[in-house]
Design a protein around this ligand. Structure first.
Ligand code: FES
Ligand SMILES: [Fe+2]
Length: 376
């Protein structure tokens, strides 16, 4: 009821460049999505409305909102949000936007017994009702009941907290992630402990980074060190309704993740989240558009143990290792963006063997846009 109505598609100058590229054909014959989807500024607006506002978005871990009054802030594709643990112990989500003149309710993760706007100090209860309005006696036709914080949906899966801005979609978080916990057992994400958040800003469209994550095809060329660690011959891709999985057993005894044992699971959850699961650790990635050619990538690191000195050494190695790979990926993604912007390139083709998950992502995008445009 509170979410803004669907913006009519007439508000876009022309959606021809979307509409003309929605046919879904088998991967063997399919082309990639066109370069215009990575380069046109209006594409981001479409994606905000039909992807980022509609789908569950990861914001953090339950341990960050464990106690009454704990507040966790997030910014999802143009929406400042806040998740709060209420006095009744219920987790609630709101737009982090004061109903007075748009000030922020929280500017950092914190704890307090009520919510106070950081601009003129209006106060709200932890369940979002407007309570204190200083020096407002002479306002007329003003009822505090009409000025509560605007709610968003919140749900928790395996200790990870998600929000959803629009209530148009009824898809349950559990339905989207169905099967993951069973698949990775005995690994249990619930027991992981949050260690640290690292952010990167890239000069490319958010989908360039997602595409790149979704294939191991580039590993031997872009990440020669990683190639030594993974058995690329046994690198497998599986696709499901709303996510895909790439996995690979370790080959090296020198593996920083244990002596040659265990598997790496790389999950992609449509449209913009990754779960990188290795023995003893979870790394979540969130990919958010800042503009059509600028992207924010957020890594959250979780481990089984974050206190013993042995664990801390491992953690340091893990983060350093992943930092190196990330720099290699950033560099190639920024090159690819420039390639996509070149007038000579429009669409490419898929390796059936190595790029099934990229094809799967492109297919889900097309299905979403078809829905959005009310096409069959
Ligand atoms: S904007 Fe929040 S109190 Fe003024
Ligand atoms: Fe990579």
């Amino acid at each position: 009821m509170h979410s803004k109505p669907h913006v009519p598609t007439e508000s876009f100058t022309s959606l021809d460049f979307v509409e003309q590229n929605l046919s879904i054909i088998p991967i063997e014959r399919s082309e990639t999505i066109p370069s215009s989807w990575y380069t046109r500024p209006e594409m981001v607006e479409i994606e905000k409305q039909c992807l980022f506002n509609q789908q569950w978005q990861y914001v953090g871990h339950v341990s960050q909102v464990e106690k009454v009054g704990d507040q966790l802030i997030a910014n999802i594709a143009g929406h400042p949000l806040i998740v709060v643990r209420g006095k009744d112990n219920v987790l609630r989500g709101f737009h982090n936007v004061c109903r007075h003149r748009g000030g922020p309710i929280a500017t950092e993760n914190c704890n307090s017994h009520m919510l106070q706007c950081k601009y003129h100090g209006w106060t709200y209860t932890l369940d979002g009702m407007l309570r204190g309005v200083p020096r407002f006696d002479r306002a007329e036709l003003f009822d505090k009941k009409d000025y509560g914080l605007i709610p968003v949906e919140v749900d928790v899966w395996d200790g990870l907290v998600f929000v959803r801005c629009s209530s148009n979609s009824t898809m349950k978080l559990q339905t989207i992630l169905n099967g993951i916990s069973e698949r990775i057992a005995p690994i249990n994400l619930q027991s992981k402990i949050f260690y640290k958040r690292v952010k990167y800003e890239l000069d490319c469209n958010w989908k360039v980074y997602v595409d790149n994550f979704l294939e191991g095809y580039h590993i031997p060329i872009v990440h020669p060190e990683l190639a030594k660690l993974l058995d690329c011959q046994q690198y497998v891709t599986e696709t499901f309704d709303y996510y895909s999985l790439q996995y690979s057993p370790f080959v090296s005894d020198e593996s920083i993740y244990g002596k040659g044992k265990g598997e790496a699971y790389y999950y992609f959850i449509f449209p913009n989240m990754m779960l990188n699961i290795l023995p003893g650790r979870l790394q979540t990635n969130i990919i958010l558009p800042l503009s059509h050619r600028r992207t924010l990538v957020v890594f959250d690191y979780y481990y089984d143990d974050i206190t013993s000195s042995e664990a801390l050494t491992k953690i340091q190695n893990d983060i350093e290792y992943s930092e190196n790979i990330q720099q290699e990926d950033i560099e190639i993604c920024e090159h690819v963006q420039r390639g996509l912007e070149s007038s000579v390139y429009d669409k490419g083709r898929f390796s059936v063997e190595m790029e099934e998950a990229v094809y799967h992502f492109h297919t889900l995008l097309k299905k979403t846009f078809r829905n959005f445009l009310d096409l069959p």
